[in-house]
Design a protein around this ligand. Structure first.
Ligand SMILES: Cc1cc2nc3c(=O)[nH]c(=O)nc-3n(C[C@H](O)[C@H](O)[C@H](O)COP(=O)(O)OP(=O)(O)OC[C@H]3O[C@@H](n4cnc5c(N)ncnc54)[C@H](O)[C@@H]3O)c2cc1C
Length: 341
């Protein structure tokens, strides 16, 4: 246990004040030690993975940080598939690269997503047509309500678009995750960027897909790299909003905006591109606000342009939310978690 640990180096945005207590967690007994202090001093606690979807306030967090450090890693051949049991603190990209190297199908499209396995499961991280939920088979957690270790099946996890039961309730700490990887499969290149990348899908391997995803992400500054300002943030800052078809029709009729990009979600709802809404609301790619701004390649990514701070990022994100709401009557919601606000 450490005191007053500054959290800026534990988040990809690179800012944030100190926490009161900081624990490295590898097992249930570590969790219990950390929670004991939180209960004794009546402090809030927060589980921190790779900090690539977390924004820490400039004042810090007057509570207990449980920093995941469980890096166990094992695999078993189960005939048709290979099972991996992986600690919540393992880098998600390390797991992706290890399984891609072995020619296994399941996470190849997630190549290059920062963060850890536990944080990825909480967010149901996804890209290029794949999500973690497609490969996760079981999640072992420390259940804060019962004080016991518990095992959840995939269907218990309540996975949805960038969400899960862990994100909604925050009463379970993920210790490790079991994945099922297929030995045989057909690479999925339905996602437009991937489809454009390849001339044909003939004889593509998982390695080809992974390499393509890496190249596409690099060209869009979606690979976290401290040297590339456009990548220093939390990736997409807002989720793509889902609205009713009625609302969508009204927007189309009223604005005369031509083709509004959308994806049909159900018979009554459509998903819109938050990046497109942001640009239409007056924030073009590369827009600068104080020391923060938008990536020059992606209007959905707020980035740290020049040693910005949480206060500036919050101000800027609120300006964007307000402008989109005023223009379209849509409230866009942030994807990351906010700590200490
Ligand atoms: C350049 C860049 C590109 C990105 N691209 C993508 C992308 O393509 N797709 C995508 O989905 N995301 C993307 N992201 C966002 C982010 O990387 C992912 O959402 C990632 O999975 C978050 O993992 P983390 O470990 O960093 O989570 P953290 O920020 O550490 O935590 C996120 C949430 O999970 C909780 N949590 C973390 N670990 C545990 C645990 N063990 N048990 C219980 N709760 C836990 C935290 O309390 C918090 O609520 C990107 C980010 C960046 C910076």
């Amino acid at each position: 246990m450490q005191r007053n640990v500054v959290l800026s180096s534990y988040t990809t945005f690179g800012f944030g004040g100190a926490c009161k207590y900081f624990f490295l967690i590898t097992n249930c007994s570590d969790v219990e030690d950390a929670l004991k202090i939180a209960h004794k001093e009546n402090l809030p606690f927060y589980v921190l993975g790779g900090g690539s979807s977390t924004i820490v306030s400039d004042q810090g967090f007057s509570g207990v940080i449980l920093k995941m450090a469980n890096s166990s890693f094992s695999s078993k051949d189960r005939g048709e598939y290979v099972e991996y049991l992986v600690g919540a603190g393992v880098s998600l990209n390390d797991l992706v690269l290890e399984t891609v190297d072995k020619g296994l199908f399941g996470l190849e499209c997630l190549t290059g997503i920062p963060g850890e396995v536990g944080g990825g499961v909480v967010q149901n991280a996804g890209a290029y047509g794949q999500e973690l939920k497609d490969t996760v088979s079981e999640v072992t957690v420390y259940d804060i309500k019962t004080g016991k270790e518990n095992c959840l099946s995939n269907s218990d996890c309540g996975f949805g678009y960038r969400t899960s039961v862990f994100k909604k309730h925050q009463d379970k700490i993920i210790l490790n995750v079991k994945f099922k990887f297929k030995k045989e499969g057909v690479p999925n290149i339905d996602y437009q960027d991937l489809n454009n990348y390849f001339e044909s899908a003939v004889k593509l391997t998982v390695k080809d897909i992974s390499n393509a995803v890496y190249a596409i992400r690099k060209s869009k500054s979606m690979l976290y790299d401290i040297e590339d300002v456009d990548s220093v943030g939390v990736g997409s800052f807002f989720t793509n909003p889902v609205i009713s078809k009625n609302h969508f029709r009204k927007i189309c009729d009223a604005r005369g905006l031509g083709d509004i990009p959308f994806w049909e979600v159900s018979t009554d709802t459509v998903k819109l591109s938050a990046g497109w809404l942001i640009e239409q609301a007056g924030f073009s790619k590369g827009y600068t606000y104080k020391n923060a701004g938008l990536s020059s390649k992606n209007a959905l990514a707020i980035v740290n342009k020049n040693c910005t701070c949480a206060t500036e990022v919050m101000e800027f994100s609120q300006m964007i939310v307000g402008a989109v709401q005023e223009k379209f009557g849509i409230v866009i919601t942030p994807e990351p978690e906010f700590l200490g606000f």
